[in-house]
Each structure stands twice: as structure tokens, then as C-alpha cells.
Design a protein around this ligand. Structure first.
Ligand code: SF4
Length: 208
């Protein structure tokens, strides 16, 4: 198999970085976790804080065996797969191998590509810059909308109408706009308690 064929099969993946830290956002805030950040994203968010991830070809391609072996070096059995946009790849082989090794598997995705993989927790964070694939709505465990503009409240409600009943709803101020939008989000959530607040607590802790 060529490298391209292995990537297409989800047996090898471009890894921008992988690191052991504390999950700062969403439902698993405060949990120690091993993050695997895959290279490649075609969504193009203007406020993206990992723009260097966009070009997949810049990053080393690792086999899923190598990726899992690195994850196993850390004590916590929680893996968060993020990007970039991880659903650009078939997440099946990597997530199955992680689960065989006893990991809980979480994903952070914009949902802009068809869903794949065996995940215990799917954090769906839709972006205005590329519409989600319909496959994400039924599998999302958490809808996390980043608020960068006033119109993002309506954008959040539009997606909340499409997710399943089990899906938890969160609004998160974009870091550079937090002073402006956090008070509005607080008021919004108090008025509409189906929503919860998510903060980028890792940025307050100054950890990755
Ligand atoms: S989806 Fe994520 S990685 Fe891609 S541009 Fe948006 S914030 Fe950046």
C-alpha cells in the first residue's frame, strides 16, 4: 500500500501534534487527556487558532500503531481526537484500536465531512464557513457553538433544532471576544437553561 492509500484507509494519518494535557472545554473540562491533533482542514474559520494545521502535507504521517503506542505512554485513558478537521479521514481503524486498548475516545469536529469512527463522545462544533454533513446530527453528544458574533446565537439555535434530544448544548465565547460576549452568553443561558456555558479553561491555566 502507498502512503496515500494507507491515509485513505485510515491506517496512517498526518499528525500535527499529540500531547498529554487537561481538556479545557466542554463536557470533559478538567479531565486529563491525550490529545491527537490531525493535520488538514478545509473549513477556513477566520478566528482559527491552529491555522498551521490546515495543510495536511506539512505534517508527519504516522501509522495508527505508532499513534496508539504514544497514547499508551500516559496514565489517563482518555483520548481526544481533534484537528484540523479529523473527519477528513476515516476514523474507524484508529478509534477501534484505541478502544481495544481500553481508551475512551472523544472527538472534536466541525462535522464538515461524513461521520466515521467508534467514539464514546462526539463534540460537534459547527462553523459558518463550511456547512456540516447531515450525518453528524444524530451522533452528536454535545453541540458546542463558539460565539464570535451576535449572529452566532441564531446560528446555535439553528443547529440545536437538528441534534438529538440527548445532545448537550453549550455556548463558548471565542477567546478574543470573551470580554464582549461572556456577559451576553450568561444572560442567554439564564433565560434559556437548555444551554450551558463552556469556557476555554486551558487558556486561563496557560496549558495547551
Ligand atoms: S474547523 Fe477548526 S481547525 Fe478548521 S479552520 Fe475552523 S477552527 Fe480551525
Amino acid at each position: 500500500m502507498t502512503t496515500e492509500e494507507k491515509i485513505a484507509a485510515g491506517l496512517s494519518l498526518p499528525v500535527m501534534e499529540a500531547f498529554y494535557t487537561i481538556q479545557g472545554e466542554g463536557r470533559f473540562t478538567g479531565h486529563p487527556a491525550y490529545f491527537i491533533r490531525l493535520g488538514g482542514c478545509d473549513v477556513g474559520c477566520v478566528w482559527c487558532d491552529v491555522k498551521e494545521s490546515w495543510e495536511a502535507g506539512k505534517w508527519p504521517v504516522l501509522s495508527i500503531e505508532e499513534i496508539v503506542a504514544e497514547a499508551e505512554k500516559h496514565p489517563a485513558k482518555l483520548v481526544v481526537i481533534t484537528g484540523g478537521e479529523p473527519l477528513m479521514y476515516d476514523m474507524g481503524p484508529l478509534t477501534r484500536m484505541l478502544k481495544q486498548k481500553g481508551f475512551t475516545t472523544n472527538i472534536e469536529t466541525s462535522g464538515a465531512h461524513p461521520f466515521s469512527g467508534d467514539f464514546d463522545w462526539v463534540c460537534f462544533s459547527p462553523k459558518k464557513f463550511k456547512a456540516p454533513d447531515e450525518s453528524i446530527y444524530q451522533v452528536a453528544d454535545e453541540l458546542k457553538v463558539v460565539v464570535f458574533h451576535k449572529s452566532d446565537f441564531a446560528f446555535a439555535e439553528k443547529h440545536a433544532e437538528k441534534v438529538s434530544e440527548k445532545c448537550e448544548l453549550r455556548l463558548q465565547p471565542e477567546w478574543s471576544k470573551a470580554n464582549q460576549f461572556t456577559p451576553e452568553i450568561i444572560k442567554y443561558v439564564k433565560d434559556r437553561p437548555l444551554w450551558k456555558i463552556s469556557l476555554q479553561t486551558h487558556k486561563f491555566m496557560d496549558i495547551p
